[in-house]
Design a protein around this ligand. Structure first.
Ligand code: XMP
Length: 507
């Protein structure tokens, strides 16, 4: 299949470039700059931004195979500078950073700016800049701070942009990417039918008549994966859902009923609530809770799988952002803030082969597939839910009483968001439990009880997020319901902190 390769130099926007291409129905992959091997079927390269300086020995550079291929190149920010540098230009750092909106002005005609304007606003984020161009290159746009804000070598179809076309703040950003794709001669033909067809071929080829086990969490990715695999291998798929007692209200029941009613798939439910809650007794540290939940999950799952005969594969709903993030690149290793887990560690322990049909897909692509297979909107478009579940939403020690109250509060919050048509405009919303005492008055009585927090965020990538601007009346209504309907809760608060500095989950 024809593709565009996004060469990753460590920018926070790299994934966004690949997503923009997929939105334009062009298949794209992200590859760290120092891991490029196979460039067969690559019709063009987009070089991402990055945190380094291009003119320092040993810093990330463009693999010579890319130049040898003769295919078009679009360099963005660092990608632009390193392209200029390796082609013989000069890069300088004057100690001045340009960050935020800037106005660019056309200096010369270029197909990369077809159907845009003579002046428009772009998003800049750089310290270094291109001082002089290599031979054969010309300036095509400038800004006040960057006389060389864009350049081209028309003969080679090499383009450089100091700004970020992949970011929505850049006007005409999508048009610029489309213009680059024209020079690559790629057909926009990547859609959900294609994706499904490809998965069908791959799964049949690798799995054949083997049996496959799937750990269903009830999240979008594993639920859609269950539907996809059931369509391809039918009864050779066994789905197991572990109820660790940390699920939301009616969660297991709804997921299982939906899969059965919509596509006829039966899911085995394992009730391990007592085991999980027993192990969590007295534990307050978030990372310890995560580890206990993760390890117990593996244990239970391993135990259950022993009851099944002849399983050769374990299927997981890993998606592309997980793959990109865990690969990282040698110069941009991110720090561990929280040890997220899904079912990592399972395949080796159980001696199973790993099947990850979504490892090249973004979440919106998984959602499209789910829709195509007839899964209901409320499953396909639901907000993400963390693997450790309510275990990290009861702050401090987790126990049945707290979980019960939290489940009710969360249910009230989410169902009211749906009633008020607000659920789908938020990216993730949930209630959390704060075991701190607050005084309240109910009727003529004083109460001294715990607090429920509400959090709702908007984000595209879950790496940065802003609190949803929920109407005050709405929050007040939810708060009244929670305090009135749930014994043991005296107060409700709404968290308005952005990420960063806060994270989305409290623990
Ligand atoms: P944070 O709290 O890190 O959350 O800002 C970002 C996104 O990740 C989800 N999250 C998790 N998902 N296992 C998961 O599968 C985890 O341990 C975990 N912790 C956070 C969180 O719900 C949000 O969508």
């Amino acid at each position: 299949m024809q593709k565009i390769l996004v060469v990753d130099f460590g920018s926070q926007y790299t994934q966004l470039i690949a997503r923009r291409l997929r939105e334009l129905k062009i298949y794209s992959e992200v590859c760290p700059w120092d891991e490029i091997t196979d460039i067969e079927n690559v019709e063009g390269f987009i070089l991402s931004g990055g945190p380094e300086s291009s003119n320092i020995e040993g810093n990330p550079n463009i693999n010579s195979k890319i130049f040898d291929s003769g295919k078009p190149i679009l360099g963005v920010c660092y990608g632009m500078q390193v392209l200029a540098f390796q082609e013989g230009g000069q890069i300088v750092n004057e100690g001045k950073k340009e960050f935020g909106h800037a106005q660019i002005k056309m200096e010369s005609k270029s197909s990369i700016f077809d159907d845009t304007d003579n002046n428009f606003s772009v998003w800049m984020s750089h310290g270094d800049k291109v001082e002089s161009l290599p031979e054969g290159y010309e300036v095509i746009a400038s800004s006040d701070n960057s006389p060389i804000a864009a350049f081209q070598n028309q003969v080679k179809s090499y383009y450089g942009l100091q700004f970020h076309p992949e970011v929505t703040h850049t006007q005409h950003g999508t048009q610029i990417i489309k213009n680059f794709l024209k020079s690559c001669n790629v057909e926009p033909n990547w859609d959900s039918a294609d994706i499904l067809h490809q998965i069908d071929i791959d799964v049949k080829e690798s799995v054949g008549n083997d049996r496959v086990l799937l750990a269903l969490s009830g999240g979008v990715d594993s639920t859609v994966l269950a539907a996809v695999l059931y369509k391809i291998i039918g009864k050779n798929l066994t789905c197991v859902m572990v109820d660790h007692g940390l699920l939301r209200k009616d969660e297991a029941k709804n997921v299982i009923a939906n899969l059965y009613e919509k596509i006829g798939l039966k899911v085995y439910l394992v009730n391990s609530q007592e085991l999980f809650l027993g192990r969590l007794e007295g534990v307050t540290d978030p990372e310890t809770k995560r580890k206990i939940i993760g390890n117990t999950f593996i244990e239970v799952f391993e135990e259950e799988s022993k009851k099944l005969d002849g399983i050769a594969w374990l299927a997981q709903g890993t998606i592309y952002p997980d793959v990109i993030e865990s690969a990282g690149n040698s110069k941009s290793k991110a720090k561990v803030i929280k040890s997220h887990h899904n079912v990592g560690g399972l395949p080796e322990r159980m001696n199973l082969k790993l099947l990850e049909p979504f490892r090249m897909l973004f979440k919106d692509e998984v959602r499209k597939i789910g829709k195509e297979l007839g899964l209901p909107h409320e499953i396909v478009e639901r907000h993400p839910f963390p693997g450790p579940g309510l275990g990290i939403r009861v702050i401090g020690e987790v126990n049945k009483e707290r979980l019960e109250r939290l489940r009710e509060a969360d249910h009230i919050f989410l169902s009211e968001l749906k009633n008020y048509d607000l659920y789908y405009s938020a990216s993730q919303a949930y209630a959390f439990y704060m075991p701190i005492k607050s005084v309240g008055v109910v009727g003529d009585n004083r109460i001294y009880a715990d607090v429920i927090g509400l959090r709702s965020v908007n984000t595209t990538d879950f790496m940065t997020a802003k609190a949803t601007n929920l109407p005050h009346d709405f929050i007040e209504h939810v708060s009244t319901r929670i305090v009135n309907e749930i014994d043991g809760i005296s107060r409700v608060v709404y968290d308005i902190t952005s990420k960063p500095p806060a994270t989305i989950e409290w623990e």
